[in-house]
Design a protein around this ligand. Structure first.
Ligand SMILES: NC(=O)c1ccc[n+]([C@@H]2O[C@H](COP(=O)([O-])OP(=O)(O)OC[C@H]3O[C@@H](n4cnc5c(N)ncnc54)[C@H](O)[C@@H]3O)[C@@H](O)[C@H]2O)c1
Length: 271
């Protein structure tokens, strides 16, 4: 309790999933949260639940991010914590071709046959648009939000930034080059920015493994395989990430900067 007492925290993509759970735990620990998402009504619903504020913007758009931070200054002139969480998995739950591909992969694995598809299809089918969207939301979004947040943090000579990476930033997954490239970029960006902003502002990354959220729902047919590959025998829950975020945001992590913390149940042990 009170590990984040008096701190203002902006969490992007927090209308659901990991971001919303991070916000819940931050509030329990005494923080005031500002909930960002694409859709204001969805962000507002979480903000209302938590007694926080809501600000909508697409983090991949620099002008929208600048406008959001200008609105943020109407709420507070102090930002203690930024969590760059907004993200996309690249598999649309309404994409029947992708769902059929995933079901086919699961059937092949269960039959002991070779798996020829990648989760997100093959590189020859990838479009410029899907590539740019993946890099834009994750990598551009993280950069745009950090650039604005640092302007608020530097005058106070304090603050902490948590960037959402993934085990996929270091582990190559068939069918996910754009996602892996975006997450690997976030890890490199985190280390360089941590260097630049030390000693007053800390910058770290989380690299979750497979966690139950709406992002991973379309992969449900493959959950049996992921559970079998995970020494802890299960996918993670949002709280497995939220508590790690609380730690990184709190003064308990005062000697942590430029680091990657990876709650992943042992699925990948070399972050
Ligand atoms: N769930 C996992 O297994 C897992 C694993 C590793 C990393 N991650 C990362 O964690 C983060 C959260 O994932 P999640 O599982 O909670 O996903 P989710 O799909 O449940 O939630 C993502 C949220 O981000 C929002 N969002 C998407 N694009 C946005 C944009 N351009 N601007 C603002 N908001 C935007 C969505 O509207 C949504 O509310 C993502 O960065 C994801 O890549 C998730």
């Amino acid at each position: 309790m009170n590990r984040l007492s008096g701190k203002n925290a902006l969490i992007t993509g927090a209308a659901r999933g990991l971001g919303a759970q991070i916000a819940r735990r931050f509030v329990e620990e005494g923080a005031f949260v500002i909930i960002n998402d694409l859709n204001l009504a969805a962000a507002q619903a979480v903000a209302d639940e938590l007694g926080g504020s809501a600000l909508a913007c697409d983090v991949s758009d620099a002008a929208s991010v600048t406008a959001m931070f200008s609105q943020l200054r109407d709420v507070t002139d102090r930002l203690d914590v930024l969590v760059n969480n907004a993200g996309i998995g690249g598999i649309d739950p309404g994409d029947n071709v992708a769902l059929a591909r995933i079901a086919g992969m699961a059937a092949a694995i269960q039959a002991g046959e070779p798996v020829e598809d990648g989760l997100g299809g093959n590189i020859t089918d990838a479009t410029d648009e899907s590539w740019h969207r993946m890099i834009g939301v994750h990598l551009d979004g993280t950069f745009f939000c950090c650039r604005e947040a640092v302007k608020l943090m530097q005058p106070h000579q304090s603050g902490t930034i948590i960037n959402m990476g993934s085990v996929m930033g270091t582990f190559g997954r068939p069918g996910g080059p754009a996602y892996s490239a975006a997450k690997a970029g976030i890890l490199g960006f985190t280390r360089a920015l941590a260097h630049e902003l030390a000693p007053h502002i800390r910058v770290n990354a989380l690299a979750p493994g497979w966690i139950h959220t709406e992002m991973t729902d379309p992969l449900e047919p493959l959950h049996f395989m992921l559970e079998a590959q995970t020494p802890m025998g299960r996918l993670g829950e949002p709280d497995d990430i939220a508590w790690a975020a609380v730690y990184l945001a709190s003064d308990e992590a005062r000697f942590m900067t430029g680091q990657v913390l990876s709650p992943n149940g042992g699925w990948y042990m070399s972050q």
